[in-house]
Design a protein around this ligand. Sequence first.
Ligand SMILES: [Zn+2]
Length: 362
Amino acid sequence: MRISAIAAFLCLFSTSAFAEEEVRISLFADKKEVAVSGKSLAIYDAEVGDRIATGDSALVAKDGLVEVVAAKKVVARAKSVIVEAKGGVRVASGVYLGRIEVSTGARGALSVINRLPLETYLLGIIGSEMSPEWPIEALKAQAVAARTYAMQRHMMMRAANKPYDLESSVISQVYKGAERIRPSVIRAVKETRGEVVAHRHGLAEALFHSTCGGKTASAKSAFGREVAYLSPRTCKWCRDSTRYSWKLEMPLAQVASKLGRYLKGADDLERKDGASSVTLKAKRTEKKISPRQVREALGYTTLYSERFTAETKGKKVEIHGSGFGHGVGMCQWGARGMAVEGKTYREILEHYYFGAGLKRIY
Ligand SMILES: [Zn+2]
């Protein structure tokens, strides 16, 4: 897979006419039944293309097939179906542009995939990643970074023969369908159409995170691999983020129990400023673990980043930290701050992906 993915990247810029791709987002993979509704909704048999039902329906996984149920009656069956509606299809609690493909997947559950043009997908994502109220140049920087990330995933997953490119959770990018499309978001996507962050002959890894807390992290320190344009960059622009610096106090007993898999009955946890590891102590033993292991154990939304110091005071652990997220690549609050200062989206991207460039590929 790796070699074919790299080959795909290399091909990217050798073809002069590169068209907009369609992306496939996995919405659900664990439900046995989903409700679909929408204006002039139509359901097609994906294999033969015939329209097999119209109007709001429930789709149910049954014996390897998808059953279309309307008014409690099974009106059609197919191996996989395509659902379309004017202005988007409502699936469970979201509304999605493009079309919805439903088939039976693993463990007899439905595989629900939203397929739509990349630029349309971006309309659904920018307002979830950033507030649509933020300055336009920050939204444009986000559009370019998100486009690059989605393209890269698309090419990798295609090369690996996977049924979808992205998931709808924070694991990929936060996708809430058509719900947060605002005029500012439409403008940001339109004005950057086809633009990506590029490095040498391919796409850059345009990673981003909420708040760096003063300095971004290198790919090497966060993920253990060197990426030239993902080096530490100073950032004085994310100070308005509530997560720029933060303090967390937790009962020692709670921390010890969550870290019990590394050392049983810990009665002290410490990380001095600049230390690469966290020290856990219990009676006569001590153990060093990584900040990542601590963050994973305490929870990603409890311990906001891996950039923290910790001290045990009596029955409490006091943690002082900075930033929110993995810290690599573009700092979203920093992009906002730079835009407020009058910087353009190009300047923002060139700052955080230092050494990479911008390229319009369609
Ligand atoms: Zn920052």
